[in-house]
Design a protein around this ligand. Structure first.
Ligand code: SF4
Length: 326
């Protein structure tokens, strides 16, 4: 059985909102509100939800680019969110991130060779010749030849820039990569090339990913398991490939219904209203003002994320008793 590589426990990020009036009570945005999950070694764990649900903040906290307000992050059973600067620098080699926007994540004034060599210099890896060898090999791994070493980011297409972004994450030979909306800015045909590249690299280099996207179609294609976030909370975790144990939470079902259906047989579930203000999240189930199946209990009591099979957990009062696959 594979080991858990990453575990987060009751992880939270609260941003204080500036006071608008002198005696106003200080308020906070609960961007991530006490979530717990694990990612097994070699797994692609997809995190999906609407913009502002906390998925990117979660990824940035795991690689410690954003400091959590509460909770714990473990890497190979070692708590990493209270490490010293030196301890975290050593760990940074193993935990990397690929950002959403390949256009702005690469310094336009530097060549691709320089951009990929810089992390090796920072971490004191190899001499000039060894570093050049690592950089050239890494470029080849993402499907680019050594011809690209002397090019600048503006000379590359969107897909080539994202390949360089992936190479920048790979060059330190990490074990775990957060991939944050990395295909959202790309054309559909380029998206599928990058998704297939990420899958190949996972298999070849034995990587583990947290794959973040607002697009459930993309997340389901690449992931082994999917976590669904709504208003800072995880509302469901399920096996992406399971045909018998599909999504149950009304929010996940609504997301699925929005995926285009070639046969045109699927009924679209339209949610009423907008995502509530995260400064004042609704009482009870945070989804209840928009849920087509809400009951009185939903407005009073917050459902816990509860395992209903070894690989499926859901946070909804509908699945607390009785036939869960109704
Ligand atoms: Fe809907 Fe109630 Fe389930 Fe929340 S707990 S998702 S409001 S049915």
């Amino acid at each position: 059985m594979r080991e858990e590589l990453i575990r987060v426990e009751t992880l939270a990020k609260h941003y204080r909102v500036p006071k608008m009036k002198l005696f106003e009570k200080r308020q906070a945005v609960h961007a991530v509100d006490g979530i717990s999950f694990g990612i097994t070694e070699g797994e692609i764990f997809g995190l999906v939800g609407e913009s502002g649900c906390g998925k990117s903040t979660t990824g940035q906290m795991i690689v410690q680019l954003v400091k959590e307000s509460a909770g714990s992050i473990y890497y190979r059973d070692r708590k990493i969110n209270d490490l010293s600067g030196a301890g975290m620098k050593a760990l940074r080699q193993e935990l990397q991130i690929v950002f959403q926007d390949p256009y702005s994540s690469l310094n336009p004034k530097k060549t691709i060779g320089w951009l990929l060599e810089e992390p090796l210099i920072i971490h004191g890896i190899g001499d000039k010749a060894e570093r050049r060898k690592i950089v050239t090999e890494t470029l080849e791994q993402v499907g680019l030849s050594s011809d690209y070493l002397k090019r600048y980011p503006h000379e590359l297409s969107g897909g080539q820039k994202q390949r360089v972004g992936i190479a920048a994450a790979l060059v330190l030979k990490p074990k775990f990569i957060v991939i944050d909306e990395a295909v959202s800015a790309l054309d559909v045909s380029v998206q599928s090339q990058i998704l297939n590249l990420l899958k190949e690299l996972r298999d070849k280099l034995r990587l583990t990913y947290l794959f973040i996207s607002h697009d459930l179609n993309v997340v389901q294609y690449i992931s082994d398991r999917v976590g669904v976030m709504y208003l800072g909370k995880l509302v469901e975790i399920f096996d992406a490939g399971s045909t018998v144990d599909g999504p149950l939470h009304p929010y996940t079902k609504a997301l699925f219904s929005a995926i285009p259906d070639v046969k045109g047989e699927k009924e679209r579930i339209l949610l009423k209203g907008d995502v509530p203000n995260p400064i004042h999240p609704p009482k009870g189930c945070a989804f209840h003002p928009r849920c087509p199946l809400a009951t009185d209990k939903c407005g009073r009591e917050r459902p816990a994320l509860r395992s209903i099979t070894p690989s499926h957990a859901v946070s909804c009062h509908l699945y607390e008793e009785g036939d869960i696959f109704q």
